[in-house]
Each structure stands twice: as structure tokens, then as C-alpha cells.
Design a protein around this ligand. Structure first.
Ligand SMILES: [Zn+2]
Length: 231
């Protein structure tokens, strides 16, 4: 089965009303989830974001005196562009989420999901998509919280051929999924994602694999259920 045989799913058919995106870094909401989030919002879904770190460990633009402050403000700008209701930004150490107590991260996701009456938690795919251990930890916390609440956990994924191409070109540990593991094919318009990405000048460097990924994905985004909702 090729991925093109999977039907497009209208965002409205997912039956969502409130989604909590659980992410590790400022820019994950745009570079990774941006087109999914803007498409959901356009279909009438409310989207909130829980972000565990302020991204202070990035060295993409060299070192900055106060990168955390800069990235906090970039995240706020991007959230406005995408139409996100509210961003709950925590201050855990960038690059070290995997070594923190899992239960503590879960508790933040659980309480925020309750506060925003989420029906689904949106996360990066298991493996973190780019292989970043912070992404893996954020996803794991989101899935455990969804399980505790009986909610769905929907993962943003790369098709295996896209991940293979990116891995070949950039050497990063991109993780992709075969067609049989992809549950949802969402047709997206990337304009707001590109505008939101531009709100992150500290990270949106010209040679980032991001641009090649957007080109390879075209108008499609792929999701899979890590946990289907109880209802
Ligand atoms: Zn990230």
C-alpha cells in the first residue's frame, strides 16, 4: 500500500473541540505542528500549547545572553499567528527533559489538559520525529497524561520515505512510519505555518532541514493515534 492510497481526512471529521499540544521547545509548535494546528483552528477547534522548556540550549545562532527571553517572545508571536488560545510555558532545562521525573512532566500535561477541557493531546511521534530526546520525553508525558484522563493522544508523524530522505541529506535521526501505521492524512495550507516559522528568527536558519521537510510533505500532514480516546 502506498501512502497515496490513504484517504484525506477533513479536520472536522476528527470530531475534536479542544486540543492541547504538548511540546518540548519554542518553535516545535510552528516548525513541527504549525500546519496541523492552523488547519485544526480553521476547522473550529480550540488549540492550547504546553511547552516544557524555553529553548535556552540552542546554539544555532551562536550563544546569546538571553536566548530564553528571546525564544519566549518568538513563541508568543508565533502562537498569535497560528491562532493558538494560550501557551503554558514552563522553564525546565532545555536538553534535559529526558532526565527529569516523568511523573512531574505528566502532571503538568494532565492539569493543563483539564484546565482547557482538552479532548485530545497532540504530540510529536514516538521517537520524537527528529530523534531529539526532549521530544521523546514530551511525547511520553503527553501520552501518559492522555491515558490517565481517558483522552486521545494524536501524534504528528513523518511518512517513512520523507524521514529516509531527510536522514540521507542531513544525517539527523529522523523517524518515519510506514503507511499502515498512519491513521490520518490531513490536507493543509502552509501559509500560517510559514509565517509562524518566520517568528522564530533565532532558529529558522536557511540550511535547516525544516524547509526541505515542508517541500517533501507538500500539502499533506500525517497523524497517528498513539492512544484512541475512550469516548
Ligand atoms: Zn524541538
Amino acid at each position: 500500500m502506498s501512502k497515496s492510497t490513504i484517504d484525506h481526512t477533513p479536520a472536522s471529521a476528527l470530531g475534536l473541540s479542544s486540543v492541547l499540544a504538548v511540546i518540548a521547545h519554542p518553535d516545535d509548535e510552528s516548525f513541527g505542528l504549525g500546519a496541523v494546528i492552523s488547519t485544526l483552528i480553521e476547522s473550529g477547534v480550540r488549540v492550547n500549547v504546553l511547552c516544557y522548556t524555553r529553548g535556552a540550549a540552542s546554539t544555532l545562532r551562536g550563544t546569546s545572553d538571553d536566548l530564553a527571553t528571546e525564544r519566549t517572545s518568538e513563541l508568543a508571536d508565533a502562537a498569535k499567528v497560528l491562532g493558538i488560545d494560550h501557551v503554558e510555558l514552563l522553564d525546565y532545562p532545555d536538553g534535559a527533559l529526558g532526565s527529569l521525573a516523568h511523573d512531574e512532566l505528566v502532571e503538568h500535561a494532565r492539569t493543563t489538559a483539564l484546565t482547557v477541557s482538552a479532548d485530545v493531546l497532540l504530540v510529536f511521534d514516538e521517537g520524537g520525529v527528529t530523534g531529539h530526546p526532549d521530544h521523546v520525553a514530551a511525547t511520553s508525558a503527553g501520552v501518559t497524561a492522555a491515558t490517565a484522563l481517558g483522552l486521545g493522544a494524536l501524534a504528528w508523524c513523518l511518512p517513512v520515505e520523507v524521514a529516509d530522505t531527510l536522514r540521507g541529506q542531513y544525517g539527523a535521526a529522523f523517524v518515519g512510519r510506514p503507511p499502515e501505521l498512519l491513521d490520518v492524512r490531513l490536507t493543509v495550507d502552509r501559509s500560517l505555518q510559514r509565517q509562524a516559522a518566520a517568528c522564530h528568527p533565532s532558529q529558522a536558519v536557511p540550511d535547516s532541514p525544516l524547509w526541505r521537510r515542508l517541500e517533501l510533505l507538500g500539502d499533506d500532514e500525517w497523524l497517528r493515534w498513539l492512544r484512541r480516546p475512550d469516548y
